[in-house]
Structure formats: C-alpha cells, structure tokens
Design a protein around this ligand. Structure first.
Ligand SMILES: NC(=O)c1ccc[n+]([C@@H]2O[C@H](COP(=O)([O-])OP(=O)(O)OC[C@H]3O[C@@H](n4cnc5c(N)ncnc54)[C@H](OP(=O)(O)O)[C@@H]3O)[C@@H](O)[C@H]2O)c1
Length: 344
C-alpha cells in the first residue's frame, strides 16, 4: 500500500537538555510536524502503539561515554517501540502488521523494512516484544543463565525484583531450582513477590535506614548468597556483598540508584575486594546487546512459558503520548510493577 501525496501529523519528543538529576519538562520538547507519506522501495511507515521507557535512557543522558556514546541532544528520544504498519513499500510488511522498531518517542516513523521485526500477535500480547520476549527478557535470561550460572539449591538474591528484569530473573531462578529472595521497595511489592511470583523470601529495602540492618534481615532470610543479581546498586548492594558465599557469582545488570547524577559523582560504597578474594567470588557486568544474536535461543525456552502463562509477565501501562517524560521518572520512583510501557 502507498499513501503518495498525503501527510500524517507526527508528534515527537525531542531530547533537548541533559538532566543533572530528575528528568523534567525542560529536558524534552514536544513537537508536531507533517510526515510526508511518499515511500521509496522498502520503506514502511509505522504508527507507534506501545513506547518503551527504560532506565538505560538516564545512563545515556550522561555527558561522558558509558557503554555507548551519550544520546545526542536535539534528536527524538531513542527507544524501542511496538507499532502497526500504516503504509508499506516492502513485500515483507502489510498494513496493520505488528512490528518491533527502534523508532523512539514519536507517533509515526518512516523506516526501512530491514529495521523492523514482525511480531506474531498469536504468540503473546504484542507489548511483550518490549518486555519478557524483548530486551528485558533477554537481559534476565542470559544475565542469570550465562553469568549467574544457577544450580539447584543455590540461593539467589535479586534486587529490583518486582521490576521488568528482576521479576523475570527471580522466576527463571525458581525454575532453575534456586531458593530466591527478592528485594523491592515497599510492602505491596514484597507481598507481590511472595504471593504472585512465589518467591521464598522478600525484603523491603525502604524499611531500613542502615546497610547493617538491611544486611541482617537479608542474612536472616537468605542464610548466605550464592548468586546476587543486581539491578539497583548503592546501599542495597553494599548490604548484600558481605553475605556472599564461597564461589558466589555477582551479576551487575544495573545500578539504577546511581543514575540520577551518580555516574558523575559516584556514591562510593565499602571496599569489598578482600571479601571477594576470601570467597573466590566472581563479579560480572552484563549487557543486553551482547546477547542480541542469541535471542532465538532465549525465545525457544521462554516463549512457551509465556504462551502457557507459566510465568508472570506483569506490565504497567501509562496512557498518553504526552506522558512519556513523566513515565520515565516513574521508574525512579518505583511506580511500576513489571515492565513499564506508554500506550499511545
Ligand atoms: N545490563 C543491561 O543490558 C540491562 C538491560 C535492562 C535493564 N538493565 C538495568 O536493570 C535494572 C532494572 O531495569 P528494568 O528495566 O527492569 O526496570 P524496572 O526494574 O522495571 O524499574 C526500575 C525499578 O528500580 C527500582 N528503583 C528505582 N530507584 C531505586 C533506588 N534508588 N534504589 C533501589 N531501587 C530503585 C524501582 O523499584 P522499587 O520500587 O523496588 O524501588 C523501580 O521500579 C536497571 O538498573 C537497568 O538499568 C540493564
């Protein structure tokens, strides 16, 4: 289908100023413009339906290089998107097809067909392409299986356990035969970890004002840690490290407590390298993109669990394109359960 000579009214969130702390209205600019719908060969126009907000966006807003160069100013905020084809000059895509794209925070995007992945809506809710069957699922799966190397009987402690990655790590860990203790903020999330995710223990880190008191409760519930899957860093991690056991594996997936300014002004914790030596522990950073080529391997195992609802893949939806910057902040306020998405 071609829509030659027509235009679509596009809405785009431009990233215009680097935040020092929280993201607010001054860091983004909502603009409208006409999108020319004339298509060259293999071009496709996608209408966003679900737009992702992810903690990594705050990492990329820092001025210095991290695992990537900083997100440039003055362009549309990058993100994953699940959308529907509205016009296509590619034989591979037809109108109404569901696709995964890297279109960013905009309503419409004119893409090359090679930059789109077809989503089968029969397999699972299409939004899961941004969650359990997408980047967060891949991170959880390979982070735990490759770096965490779980064995039956291991005690796995997961921070950020009620979030997109953490809730999956916790459940993958249970399926691998681990005893799983989740750490999350607030009583409601802890009750979710026990009653819905069926974890063996849950610790509300917000209920503790000192690392020592938090460590004491973690030790009481865990009895020592074989695998620590870290999503948050900071005080929570300071409390877990002294609890690691012989040949423990520490997986550094994220340090969200440090993203609001902390990458520039590191919040230094205790020096624990002696303890790592005594316990012959390993510490490994992991990055989702390093496992992108192994996506099919992850899907072969996890997709049937999703299809049969054998695992919980919670999603929190925020409605409205104009809510995107605020939705990003919600991750830092812990307002999400599972994967946070903006429905547009
Ligand atoms: N390495 C990779 O390739 C990769 C890929 C994806 C994600 N990640 C990382 O994994 C982590 C989780 O990402 P996600 O997408 O699954 O997000 P998420 O866990 O769904 O959402 C973020 C959660 O972080 C918690 N949080 C926020 N501020 C905190 C603080 N100061 N201290 C402790 N917890 C805090 C909140 O939960 P509470 O209510 O429990 O505080 C919030 O719900 C992030 O650090 C992210 O950068 C890494």
């Amino acid at each position: 289908m071609n829509m030659s000579n027509a235009t679509l009214l596009n809405r785009q969130w431009f990233y215009v100023k680097r935040p020092q702390d929280r993201v607010s209205a001054e860091h983004y600019d909502l603009r409208e413009s006409a999108l020319d719908t004339t298509l060259s060969t293999n071009e496709v126009i996608v209408r966003a339906r679900y737009i992702s907000v992810d903690p990594y966006m705050r990492i990329q807003q820092h001025e210095r290089n991290t695992y990537d160069v900083p997100h440039p100013l003055g362009i549309v905020q990058r993100s994953g998107v699940v959308g529907q084809v509205v016009a296509s000059a590619s034989e591979r895509f037809r109108a109404d097809d569901w696709v995964l794209s890297a279109s960013g925070w905009q309503l419409f995007d004119k893409c090359h067909a090679n930059d789109l992945q077809l989503i089968n809506p029969q397999t699972a809710p299409v939004s899961t392409a941004l969650g359990v069957l997408g980047m967060p699922g891949r991170t959880a799966w390979f982070g735990l299986m490759d770096a965490g190397r779980p064995r039956p009987g291991d005690t796995l402690v997961v921070s950020g356990a009620a979030g997109a990655v953490g809730s999956l790590v916790a459940q993958f860990g249970k399926r691998a035969g681990c005893r799983v203790i989740g750490i999350a903020g607030g009583a409601a999330k802890c009750s979710y970890l026990i009653n819905t995710l069926k974890l063996d223990g849950a610790v509300d880190y917000r209920a503790f004002t000192s690392t020592e008191a938090l460590a004491e409760e973690l030790q009481r519930q865990s009895g020592g840690v074989d695998i620590y899957f870290d999503n948050v860093g900071g005080m929570v991690t300071d409390a877990v490290i002294p609890l690691i056991k012989r040949r423990a594996r520490i997986v550094i997936c994220g340090t969200i407590s440090q993203y609001d300014g902390g990458l520039d002004r590191p919040d230094l914790g205790p020096r624990f390298l002696q303890h790592m030596l005594f316990q012959r522990a390993t510490i490994q950073g992991i990055l989702a993109r390093d496992f992108a080529h192994r996506m099919d391997e992850m899907r072969a195992t996890v997709e049937p669990w999703v299809k049969n609802r054998d695992i919980v893949f919670e999603e929190t939806f925020v409605d409205g394109f104009e809510q995107l910057p605020q939705a990003l902040n919600m991750l830092f306020d812990g307002k999400n359960l599972g994967k946070l998405l903006v429905r547009v």
